[in-house]
Each structure stands twice: as structure tokens, then as C-alpha cells.
Design a protein around this ligand. Structure first.
Ligand code: UDX
Length: 439
């Protein structure tokens, strides 16, 4: 099938390459010349494991092209809208300008029988509004909402082998022509037995925000338990292991630490609260305010704990921060808790050095005032305290004896609870985890 993908960021670039991998003929379209130039020569404009290899593989088949010219969408049967919906400046609501601009540019090229497929995370009500716009121009075309659940760092696998497909269609019926077309697009993953649910527009839009809110709530729940564990002298990692063995609870997304960040969970729960307020259902989501507050408290707590580790004062203390990305296997620093902590420490007088295997370029653009050091050993050199804030494998596997030879004082704060406290303490370190007992 001929497919167009509008927006080639973390979502669209992976979607375009994956759809070509499934055998479709795909054109990726974006307004950013530099991004398109990179993609056109098989270079991923961001770090995502396996993406460059996939781009080169599918481009060699001739099934994937990239352009800044939106008219290239003409002739495609399915048009996927994959642009971002960041948080509005100074407000909780989602900024819809990119979705609206993409739709306005695309709709004149949509032909009878085509399906426009929204994948961006949007406030409930958006699909119905865009469907009206589409039908004014092309009454014979359809609009579907098909939310994306991919995780950065696992984006290709999540796109090619998702847990489920959700199709929001105008009448909510299984036999709607837009559902049939999406079945054709996803024929290969569907043949593996992937679940498929057809809903009305509003439900499909809400599925995505509800899923992200649930994940955020799960993380904040365990971080709240970490606060109680700290007060009671208990260990939140053993608590998570124990409650996680109950099938109904599950161990995933119960890792206490410095909290969630990234381009999705923080802004999605805020946009969800804002939209519920507009709908008169704000009370239903008031708990998300607490989820957000617990999450933000983690960052303050890490700063406090670092001060405690440094014997009460951060002034002039050399702090080595391991990790800048919001999570490992990503170079994304949007709302990164690690960088937020690093910046706070610096503001409070510490001399901070940040390292990361992939995210230093993006981090330096966002926080030019911080010192970035690509070499881990040099970052650790003469540190008065080490903070592990993003759990890249190379940091999880650090040898406490080798690191002890580099630093000035053996103090470590494990912001992700991924190190073995006994191993580090036995090597002479003063170790602090989050929600774990002090020695
Ligand atoms: C998330 C959703 O998982 C995905 O389904 C949706 O499509 C987009 O948003 P992503 O932002 O890539 O994906 O990251 P995710 O793996 O969910 O992690 C989000 C944040 O939570 C990270 O900062 C991570 O470090 C943190 N986290 C995750 C925890 O602090 N503890 C956990 O147990 C799990």
C-alpha cells in the first residue's frame, strides 16, 4: 500500500521505516529540512537502537523516501499524522499547533477512499474535530484514530510487534472501511495474533492518555512507598519485588527512583487534567495532580540527599552525574529528571559534571550552563559525590573498586536503585539509595 507519514520525529520516523519494513511504499514528510536530509541518507536524527540499520535496509529496497513537500502525500491510501503535541508554554494543556498545521497542509491532497490516521497523543475530541474538517474538503475520505504506545529505546519492536492495535473510527463499528484499511496496513503483525480493538473516536483517544496516566500512577505509587520506606527504615526494592509477585499488581513499572520524565508521561498527565477540566470532569483526575507532585518531589529529595551525603553543604563540592537522558537507550532529554537534578545542584553551589553515552549533545543545548564530560572516568575524577541518575548498563556495571581510585571521596547516590548496596559498601563507599535503608 502507498502510505504517507506526516511528522518524522521519534514516532513518525520509526513508523515510516517500520511500515516500509512491512512491505508498504512509504513517503515520510516533515517541515524540518535538516531532519529530512538526515533521514534521506539513512541517518537517524536521534538515537534509537536499530533505527539506522532499519532505515538503510528499507531504503535499499526503494520503498521508503523522505521529503519536505507535503504534496507527495497525494496518491497514498493511508496518511498517518505523527507530529508532536508538547505542553503549551505556561499552561498544562497540549499545544495542538503542529497537529492542526499538519492536517491543514495534508487535507487538500486526500482523495476519495483514503484514510487519514491520527497517531499523535491528543486531547479527547480532536479526532471528531479533524473529521469535520476532512469531510468539508473530501466527504468520501475517512479519519481514524490509531494511538501509538511505543516506548523510546524499544520503538521498532513496539511498532512491528505491538501489544495491541486500537482503531477509533467514526461510527465505532468493526466493519467500518477505515478499520478494513488499517487491517491491511497491519496485516503482518495482526497475523501474529495481535489484539485489535475497534472503538469510537473518544475512546481511542482516551485509551492512550489513560494508559500513560496508569503508568505514571504506578511509578508515583512506588515512589510514595519509597518515601514511607525511608521514614520507616524499610527497603522499597524488596517491597516492590514482594508486591509485584501478585499477578494483579505485577513487578513492571515499580522501580522507585528519581521519577518519570520524557516527552510523554509528564506532559500527557497534565494535558489530560486540563482536558478533563474543560469537560467538567476535573475531580475525576485530581489524583493525577498528586501523581505529578510525588514525581517532582523525587527530584528535590535527590538534591537533599546529595547535600546530606556531602556533610550538609553543596558549596564547591564536585558532583559527578552519571546519565542525562530521561531513561537509558535514548538520547532524549525532554523533562529529564537527571538533568533537572544536575541543574538544581549547580544552582545550589555544587560543581557539577554530567556524562552520558548518547544524550550530551541534546543536554548541552538545553542546559548550556552545565559542564558535560563525554569520558566517564574524567567525569568521575576527583568527585566528592557520584550520582547515578540514568541507569545505562555501563553505569550499572561499574566496579566500585575501580571508581574508588578516581574519586576524591567514596560517596554514591543510586538514583535508580540499580546497584548492589552491599558490594559498594564493602568496597568502602558511603551508599545511599532512594527508599532503601541507610547502613
Ligand atoms: C511512555 C509509555 O511507556 C509509552 O507506552 C508511550 O507511548 C509513551 O510514553 P517512554 O516515554 O518512552 O514511553 O518511556 P517509559 O519507558 O514509559 O519511561 C518513562 C519514564 O518513567 C522514564 O523516565 C523512566 O525512567 C521512568 N520509570 C519507568 C521509572 O521511574 N520507574 C519505572 O519503574 C519505570
Amino acid at each position: 500500500m502507498r502510505i504517507s507519514v506526516i511528522g518524522c520525529g521519534y514516532l513518525g520516523a520509526v513508523h515510516a521505516a517500520s511500515m516500509a519494513k512491512l512491505g508498504h511504499e512509504v513517503v515520510g514528510i516533515d517541515v524540518d529540512d535538516a531532519k529530512i536530509a538526515d533521514l534521506a541518507r539513512g541517518k537517524a536524527p536521534f538515537f534509537e537502537p536499530g533505527l539506522e540499520q532499519l532505515l538503510l535496509e528499507v531504503q535499499a529496497t526503494g520503498r521508503l523516501t523522505f521529503t519536505t513537500d507535503i504534496s507527495a502525500a497525494k496518491g497514498s491510501k493511508a496518511h498517518f499524522i505523527c507530529v508532536g503535541t508538547p505542553q503549551k508554554k505556561g499552561e498544562n494543556a497540549a499545544d495542538m499547533r503542529y497537529v492542526d498545521a499538519a492536517a491543514a497542509a495534508l487535507l487538500p491532497y486526500v482523495a476519495a477512499g483514503d484514510v487519514v490516521v491520527g497517531k499523535s497523543t491528543v486531547p479527547v475530541g480532536t479526532a471528531a474535530r479533524l473529521a469535520d474538517l476532512l469531510h468539508e474538503l473530501q466527504p468520501q475520505a475517512h479519519l481514524a484514530w490509531n494511538p501509538e504506545f511505543l516506548r523510546e529505546g524499544h520503538a521498532i519492536k513496539d511498532t512491528l510487534h505491538p501489544d495491541r492495535f486500537v482503531y477509533g473510527v467514526e461510527d465505532g463499528n468493526d466493519d467500518h472501511p477505515a478499520a478494513a484499511l488499517l487491517d491491511e496496513v497491519y496485516a503482518a503483525p495482526l497475523s501474529e495474533g495481535t489484539s485489535r480493538i475497534v472503538t469510537d473516536y473518544a475512546t481511542a483517544e482516551l485509551v492512550k492518555t489513560a494508559a500513560n496516566s496508569f503508568l505514571a500512577t504506578k511509578i508515583s505509587f512506588i515512589n510514595a512507598m519509597a518515601e514511607v520506606c525511608e521514614a520507616a527504615g524499610a527497603d522499597v526494592t524488596l517491597l516492590a519485588d514482594s508486591i509485584g509477585l501478585d499477578d494483579r499488581i505485577g513487578r513492571k513499572f515499580l522501580n522507585a527512583g528519581i521519577g518519570f520524565g520524557g516527552g510523554c508521561l509528564p506532559k500527557d498527565i497534565r494535558a489530560f487534567m486540563a482536558r478533563a477540566g474543560e469537560l467538567g470532569a476535573d475531580q475525576a483526575l485530581s489524583f493525577l495532580r498528586e501523581v505529578d507532585a510525588i514525581n517532582m518531589r523525587r527530584r528535590t529529595r535527590v538534591v537533599e540527599l546529595t547535600r546530606e551525603l556531602c556533610e550538609g553543604s553543596l558549596l564547591g563540592k564536585r558532583v559527578a552525574v552519571l546519565g542525562a537522558a530521561f531513561k537509558p537507550e535514548s538520547d532524549d532529554v525532554r523533562d529529564s529528571p537527571a538533568l533537572s537534578v544536575a541543574a538544581q545542584l549547580q544552582l545550589q553551589g555544587a560543581v557539577v559534571s554530567v556524562t552520558d553515552p548518547q544524550a550530551l549533545g541534546n543536554a548541552a543545548r538545553r542546559f548550556p550552563e552545565l559542564n558535560f564530560e563525554p569520558d566517564t572516568d574524567r567525569c568521575l575524577s576527583k568527585a566528592d559525590a557520584v550520582l547515578l541518575l540514568t541507569e545505562w548498563r555501563e553505569y550499572r556495571e561499574l566496579d566500585p573498586h575501580a571508581v574508588a581510585d578516581l574519586v576524591s571521596t567514596c560517596r554514591i547516590l543510586d538514583g535508580r536503585n540499580v546497584l548492589d548496596p552491599a558490594k559498594w559498601r564493602d568496597a568502602g563507599w558511603s551508599y545511599r539509595g532512594l527508599g532503601r535503608p541507610q547502613a
